[in-house]
Ligand binder design. Structure first.
Ligand SMILES: NC(=O)c1ccc[n+]([C@@H]2O[C@H](COP(=O)([O-])OP(=O)(O)OC[C@H]3O[C@@H](n4cnc5c(N)ncnc54)[C@H](O)[C@@H]3O)[C@@H](O)[C@H]2O)c1
Length: 434
């Protein structure tokens, strides 16, 4: 069914036709053409720009090399999707809001606290939707858990244990060899990967954060852990290919997730074995995992106390077979156990002793259907010219981003961070009004 029924067609501009922009969000326009149409795109990479133009039928004069060009024009669409890299969200989001566009912004909004707060202010002042891609809130899995909590199925919520198993292969791809390996070029992993988790914990706890504390480090993917004779690139006849879990050709050519999760497209637009191997022989994704310029933590834990007394602990680790999230919610009358990979939730009732096993039906890929569900909400809001509220509205997203930044602050300082002071900027750091 076309979700565009009874809705006017929304028009949009895509900024950054990369993995997220083109493959995750622009795909919504192809699936639901009467609801959403992308009429312009900005992308410096000519191959990606051409692919975008062909897939969406965008005429040459509406294909731009830089977001500055498209946003320098008078407003000519309803919304803008900002899907550039982490450091390149602030400027296009601010310009688009000031021009009157509704905006969907990839997470993290910005690695910088002041920029996030300015984005929030601009959205509120211009009365535009600024929705942030915290896609997990839209997943059938977490929606069901939230519903169970709201129904009081486990009484009063007291504790949450939440684990993000990143997957050894996914971690090596994104956080050792890839775009999010170094916090100077992107941002700390607790922000890049785990602002989703901070957001989910904030949502499920149902209360603002009061205190936050964190420990973590880059334990394994370091130069000193390289076997003595390991070359700079796996394909330079590495003698350890057979025993190394991180041997790049094996992952990109054999692991089902490499294609399913679009990771191989980061290596090469054309994914024939020949092209992929050509890129791996000298490109960033072919590097030995011990010889990269990475510095982000490969394991980190966070303890959180919320204002309503709920306490949560969170673990992020590179060292798991699969990439998935697992959660345990402990309440006064029961507990909820959830495994996102298995799409399974178990509700244990302390009174009658029963356990209800719930199997969640989730689409394959796209964060288990979350990407499309988030787009559906955003396009619906835009079609009503912003009438309504996004589940991942800017203000709530600023809070979850700031929790990630506060956790990093604690990891580096060894101190427990008081969240209210941190948000207000009264912890010795500059505030928005500086
Ligand atoms: N919501 C999620 O779950 C999720 C998952 C992965 C990544 N992300 C975030 O999505 C964003 C994009 O990630 P990606 O993997 O698609 O990266 P990507 O590198 O594949 O895409 C970014 C695109 O922006 C383009 N670009 C660069 N400069 C530009 C300019 N001046 N004007 C227009 N386009 C420009 C690049 O050429 C590239 O194609 C990042 O911020 C990332 O952290 C979010």
């Amino acid at each position: 069914m076309d979700r565009g029924q009874n809705m006017r067609q929304v028009t949009g501009i895509l900024i950054g036709a990369g993995l997220r922009g083109r493959k995750a969000y622009a795909a919504y326009a192809l699936a639901y053409p009467s609801a959403f149409r992308i009429i312009a795109a900005a992308e410096p990479d000519p191959v990606r720009r051409r692919a975008m133009a062909e897939e969406h039928g965008i005429p040459e004069e509406y294909c731009f090399e830089d977001y500055k060009e498209v946003l320098s024009r008078e407003r000519f669409a309803d919304c803008v999707l900002v899907c550039t890299q982490d450091h390149q969200h602030f400027e296009p989001v601010m310009t688009a809001l000031q021009k009157g566009y509704h905006v969907l912004c990839e997470k993290p909004m910005s690695p910088d606290r002041k920029e996030m707060l300015l984005m929030e202010k601009a959205a509120l002042e211009n009365r535009r939707i600024l929705s942030v891609c915290h896609v997990l809130r839209y997943s059938p899995f977490f929606r069901r858990i939230k519903k169970l909590l709201d129904e009081g199925r486990i009484g009063e919520l007291v504790n949450i244990r939440h684990t993000e198993h990143v997957g050894f292969w996914h971690f090596a791809h994104s956080f050792v060899r890839g775009n999010w390996r170094n916090d100077k070029e992107a941002c700390p992993v607790i922000m890049a990967k785990c602002c989703h988790d901070m957001d989910i914990l904030l949502w499920l706890a149902g209360s603002p954060c009061r205190k936050i504390q964190s420990f973590g480090e880059l334990s394994f993917f370091r130069q000193e852990n390289a076997p003595e004779d390991a070359p700079g690139f796996c394909m330079e006849n590495c003698a350890h290919a057979g025993e190394c879990p991180y041997y790049a050709p094996r992952f990109y050519l054999e692991h089902p997730k490499a294609e399913e999760d679009h990771l191989v497209y980061a290596v090469s637009e054309e994914i024939s074995a020949g092209k992929v191997l050509e890129q791996l022989s000298s490109g960033p994704y072919g590097r030995c995992v011990f010889h990269c310029d990475n510095n982000v933590c490969d394991n980190q834990i966070v303890n959180i106390e919320f204002e309503n007394g709920v306490r949560a602990d969170f673990t992020m680790s590179a060292f798991s077979k699969d990439c998935f999230r697992e959660i345990l919610l402990m309440g006064t009358k029961g507990q909820i156990r959830g495994n996102m990979e298995k799409a399974e939730i178990i509700v244990d009732d302390f009174v009658c002793g029963d356990s209800e096993h719930i199997k969640i039906h989730t689409p394959k890929g796209g964060h288990s259907g979350s990407d499309m569900a988030m787009m559906q909400e955003f396009i619906g809001l835009v079609s009503r010219d912003g009438n309504g509220k996004s589940m991942t509205d800017v203000s709530v997203s600023v809070d979850s981003h700031l929790m990630a930044l506060a956790a990093e602050e604690s990891r580096l300082s060894g101190e427990v961070v008081d969240f209210k002071s941190f948000r207000a900027g009264s912890d010795g750091k500059r505030s928005i009004s500086d």
